[in-house]
Design a protein around this ligand. Structure first.
Ligand code: VG1
Ligand code: CO
Length: 543
């Protein structure tokens, strides 16, 4: 078999500090673009000679073509073997599990996650390491460096590999194994949860709706919820993955999962609703007439995880990303376990999980997970919720009421200002940065600032320091506003404003989140001067 070496120049343009690359699909499809980035990953991780790697993606437009290129490049670069999800499909948590289970050197995951798919939408590619998690900051830095130095890539000339037939094949010297994407993942879920209890819950008439949003979790959710656990046929909606996610935005939040929200807030709502994102690592949970914020969901899982077999011995510790509300900290404090605050992005949980310091972790952006894999895991969170509901006999409303009564309620919302000119977004952040030291003691919108800083993180395991991870402004009484720029957008800059307010008084636990947060919103917008600096008077998305 012939291997070609093709001369190229640095074009990938991965920004330092980011994991993987997300770009417009058409950019990935430009001649040599994908090849250029794949070779940069291979060079950045020290080559793939003799290594085994997992390859799979969320099935979005260009997934199958990109996988053929990656396989031909792995073969040309001397890889021993590739394990590929049938049809080129693997959810991100399933890929993480496969890397761990098969002990591979890592894997290539093709996804732009919650970003829309299609030829005019977004595509993405990232590398996960041998622990199954997103490449560490150190490995990412090497990949970024490789993108700036690349001068050639290696590729095999060969026909396409048949990705649809399960079994062993080969591409030149490299073995290729096509595996069922669901089997291993479903077995892992079975090992963590009490499937008999959940089966009994469904058998008792418990009704659920799971919105797979035309994305990768459809086959996983159908196999596990309907075929294994006995949920009624039709429990899973939008369950057939499509290359453009049915023209939708596969982001499980109240705005984009509107079909599900309408049903859960309508007459005769099911007992439990959930949704997942493009690549299956995020989850949204909603009870009848009751949206559960991801920050609260993490706190619920921490408070009740012991009800599931895998966590019956209790948790080693928990971790949350900095913008996530403090709800889980309050649960951890009550259990006498450590709660870590990390920068945004799952890669920062990796060391804590590997070192056994934490069992559960989560982010306000609808990501929760545990030490069972090294990615957030949408369906896992839904199954843990189901296990908790089945074992406790409580409803979502009862679980939430008890959480707020026992630990106080962290009202929470996030405002996203999208597609802002980069210079204007930087001006907002610079403006805040410049006033940080003058803020403590200042009163804004009836709230007094008690601390203000720019978040930096010292990894407790390897000591690595990560700076400039968002601006935090705390107010007396436990309210907080956080500002940061998104690292996953593909057009302009996105400013995220995270707003939170803690209430512990029994008569303040059932306010409307909007009313409860109004003063924090007003303080945040005043302090940042966001409207003037960006010309935007309203966020694009409120979650
Ligand atoms: C967003 C979320 C962050 C999440 C990241 C990847 O990042 O805020 O919490 O880890 O997406 O999630 P940013 O930088 O845009 O705020 V996924 O499901 O898109 O891989
Ligand atoms: Co995702």
């Amino acid at each position: 078999m012939q291997h070609d070496t093709v001369a190229t120049q640095p074009i990938a343009g991965q920004k330092p500090g980011t994991s993987g690359l997300r770009k417009k699909t058409r950019v990935f499809m430009e001649p040599h673009f994908l090849e250029n980035y794949v070779q940069s990953i291979i060079d950045g991780i020290g080559g793939v000679s003799g290594k085994n790697l997992v390859v799979g993606g969320d099935g979005r437009y260009f997934n199958d073509r990109a996988i053929q290129v990656i396989l031909r490049m792995l073969a040309a670069n001397g890889a021993a073997g590739a394990i590929v999800g049938q049809g080129g499909v693997l959810s991100t948590p399933a890929a993480s599990h496969l890397i761990r289970k098969r002990g591979t050197a890592g894997g290539f995951i093709l996804s732009a996650s919650h970003n829309p798919g299609g030829i005019d939408a977004d595509f993405g590619l990232k590398f996960n390491g041998a622990n199954g998690g997103p490449a560490s900051e150190a490995v990412n830095a090497k990949i970024v460096e490789a993108t700036t130095k690349i001068s050639a890539y290696h590729i095999t000339t060969a026909d396409d590999v048949d990705l649809n037939t399960i079994g062993q094949t080969a591409l030149g010297e490299m073995s290729v194994e096509i595996v069922d994407p669901v089997t291993d993942y479903a077995a892992l879920m079975d090992s963590l949860f009490d499937f008999d209890k959940i089966r009994a819950l469904f058998a008792s008439g418990f009704r659920m709706r799971f919105d797979a949003m035309h994305a990768v979790t459809g086959p996983y959710a159908t196999a596990i919820l309907e075929d294994t656990l006995g949920a009624a046929k039709g429990t899973v909606i939008n369950g057939t993955p499509s290359p453009d996610f049915g023209g939708g935005h596969p982001d499980p939040n109240p705005v984009w999962a509107k079909t599900l929200m309408d049903e859960m807030y309508g007459d005769n709502a099911p007992d439990f609703g959930a949704a997942s994102d493009g690549d299956g690592d995020r989850n949204m949970v909603v009870g009848p007439h009751q949206y559960v914020t991801p920050s609260d969901s993490l706190a619920v899982l921490a408070a009740h995880a012991h009800r599931a077999p895998a966590y019956a011995k209790g948790l080693a510790g928990v971790a949350r990303s900095m913008p996530t509300s403090g709800a889980v900290d309050r649960v951890a404090a009550a259990q006498g376990i450590e709660s870590y605050e990390t920068p945004t992005g799952w890669k920062f949980f990796g060391n804590l999980l590997d070192a056994g310091r934490v069992t559960l972790c989560g982010e306000e952006s609808a990501g929760t997970g545990s030490d069972h894999v090294r990615e957030k895991d949408g369906l896992w969170a839904v199954l843990l919720w189901l296990n908790i509901l089945a074992q406790s006999g409580q409803s979502v409303a009862q679980i939430m009421e008890a959480l707020w009564r026992d630990y106080g309620r962290c009202y929470y919302t996030r405002y996203d200002f999208e597609d802002i000119e980069t210079a204007k977004a930087e001006a907002v952040m610079d403006g805040l940065r410049a006033q940080l030291s003058n803020l403590p003691g200042r009163e804004v919108a009836g709230l007094t600032v008690n601390f203000a800083d720019e978040f930096a993180y010292d990894d407790p395991v390897d000591g690595a320091r990560t700076e400039a991870q968002g601006i935090r402004i705390g107010f007396e009484g436990g309210a907080r506003a956080v500002f940061r720029l998104s690292g996953t957008g593909t057009v302009g800059a996105t400013i995220r404003v995270y707003l939170e307010r803690l209430e512990t008084a029994p008569d303040a636990l059932s306010l409307s989140p909007q009313d409860a947060l109004a003063p924090v919103v007003s303080a945040a917008l005043t302090l940042s001067d966001l409207h003037n600096l960006t010309g935007r008077d309203a966020p694009n998305v409120i979650t």
